[in-house]
Design a protein around this ligand. Structure first.
Ligand SMILES: [Zn+2]
Length: 280
């Protein structure tokens, strides 16, 4: 099996990518000093930047073909060469067409997770995945419509709200059963309704992490809050609980913003947790 596909029992997970984004580490983690990054230099670029893979995960479970998150979307037509916008190419390179997708599931509604949901056709929006229904957290959907926090979901008006008008949106709450093998796990903090996806099959476990962590350093440094975390206290609490659990249960993790393909495990040595990525 190629390095971008893993199995958890009967469930197959393939890592796709829309490209990547880069930020200065001190910009994205404003309260973390260069000194604190010292033990984690390996997780930064040579220019002291954090580089985020924009992964989507293609999951085959229970006869369904499911796409988890849809990247940043098409770059603006007048943009110079863009490091993102590759999701459909990535999908097709695995022999899958947009019409093969039955379900699109969003871990949360930030702009780099909803970008390919819809495309413009004149004044109308059409679903990029024409046979799919789209699943999102009710709390995030409601937040995206609230004036005070709306700017945190900048492309929701074009990439999420029209799904509701088209009758394609399913809103989830709590631990929502997606298939017999996939259940959402509320992991709030990054956004109010952030969801990870728990996979259980044949006695094995996996977790699609979403943005409960952005960089492998946060496997140990769970208090490191990024500027993208909407509730910094809750994000830290959720991250600590999750990392302790993942280490204890040796769960296979799919971490969308970690280096591609983003598969690995949370390990412990000498009282410290660390990320052990599977080779791509
Ligand atoms: Zn993200």
């Amino acid at each position: 099996m190629a390095g971008d596909t893993v199995r958890v029992g009967n469930v197959e997970i393939t890592s796709l990518s829309d490209g990547y984004l880069e930020f200065d580490a001190c910009n994205f983690f404003p309260s973390i000093s260069a000194e604190q990054w010292q033990p984690y230099q390996v997780h930064l670029t040579a220019e002291h930047k954090v580089r985020f893979n924009l992964a989507s995960y293609l999951v085959r479970s229970d006869g369904r073909t499911i796409l988890v998150d849809t990247g940043l979307g098409p770059p603006p037509p007048d943009a110079p060469a863009s490091p993102w916008g590759e999701l459909l190419v990535s999908l097709r390179s695995h022999g899958v067409q947009p019409q093969d997708i039955d379900m699109v599931v969003m871990t949360h509604l930030h702009r780099d997770h909803v970008g390919w949901n819809l495309q413009r056709n004149g004044a109308a929006y059409v679903p990029t995945f024409p046979k799919a229904r789209y699943w999102a957290s009710r709390k995030d959907y409601e937040a995206s419509r609230r004036v005070e926090v709306r700017e945190r979901f900048p492309n929701a008006p074009s990439c999420v709200w029209p799904l509701q008008e088209l009758g394609l949106l399913e809103l989830m709450e709590g631990e929502h059963i997606l298939t017999r093998e996939l259940t959402t796990l509320p992991t709030p903090g990054h956004t109010p309704g952030h969801m990870s996806i728990m996979i259980t099959s044949q006695g094995q476990r996996g977790l699609i992490l979403g943005d409960a962590a952005h960089n492998p350093a946060q496997v140990q440094e769970t208090e490191w809050v990024s500027r993208a975390d909407m509730d910094s206290h809750q994000a830290g609490v959720t991250r600590r609980q999750l990392m302790e659990r993942l280490a204890r249960e040796r769960t296979l993790v799919a971490a969308g913003h970690f280096p591609a393909p983003g598969f690995g495990r949370v390990m412990t040595a000498q009282g410290r947790r660390y990320w052990q990525g599977l080779p791509g």
